[in-house]
Ligand binder design. Structure first.
Ligand code: NI
Ligand code: MN
Length: 227
């Protein structure tokens, strides 16, 4: 699967030739200044929760693409009110078969207010079953929670996007425990370094995973990797 990192928790993943963009927060991110925002034209945008560092560029992307926006009911309603035409509302525990594969909206231990203070519903993450391709988990923002142990009952994951920046979400040590819970040793780190209070030592993080026989992949912003 081809994955491109746009900084913070924003990734584009190609699944069965459809481009899935997660948590668009690019233009406000100083670390992502070199990204050509106008060239981002996904087929789907998946939004984990309402915080601005996950949704800031959603409306702009709806204007430069025909993307379908997948998120919780409250967030898709909010996007519709902002003029976003193609939305697909979901809620926790539900799954749906899209043309690229199936999506299950899975609970996250976090909060979810929208940038203007509106109620953002419950925060979540996404379990993606790629049909003939691989399966993966995009956690969104979450702390470590026993709920993660449920994932292995649903799906066998090939890789997972987990937050590692600590403070607002789990940090590196808890992400290692999460990787046990979800039964997946290939972790792509996100939600670190963007702000001072989530800066991490990347070398130490990678080394910790290595010592536990796991892999922590940290993209450069703008980098594309095939996994
Ligand atoms: Ni958040
Ligand atoms: Mn966040």
């Amino acid at each position: 699967m081809q994955i491109t990192y746009y900084g913070h928790a924003c990734f584009e993943v190609k699944v069965n030739n459809k481009k899935l963009l997660f948590d668009p927060y690019i233009t406000p991110n100083k670390l992502a200044e070199h990204i050509d925002f106008k060239s981002i034209k996904p087929d789907y945008v998946l939004i984990s929760h309402g915080h601005s560092d996950h949704i800031a560029d959603a409306v702009a992307i709806s204007k430069q693409s025909d993307a379908i926006f997948i998120s919780n009911f409250e967030i898709t309603n909010w996007l519709s009110a902002k003029g976003v035409k193609n939305v697909h509302p979901m809620n926790l525990g539900g799954s749906f078969d899209f043309d690229f594969g199936s999506v299950k909206f899975f609970s996250a231990q976090h909060s979810s207010s929208l940038p203007d203070g509106s109620y953002g519903g419950n925060p979540g993450g996404f379990l993606i079953k790629g049909n003939h391709e691989r399966n993966f988990y995009f956690a969104g923002d979450t702390g470590l929670t026993y709920d993660l142990k449920l994932i292995r009952e649903y799906i066998s994951i090939d890789f997972a996007f987990l937050p590692i920046g600590n403070n607002f979400t789990m940090g590196v040590d808890n992400a290692m425990i999460a990787s046990e819970f979800i039964n997946c040793d290939k972790i792509i780190g996100m939600h670190y370094d963007t702000f001072d209070i989530i800066k991490i030592d990347k070398e130490v993080a990678v080394e910790k995973f290595n010592r536990a026989g796991k892999e922590l992949i940290l993209f450069k912003i703008g980098e594309t990797i095939n996994i």
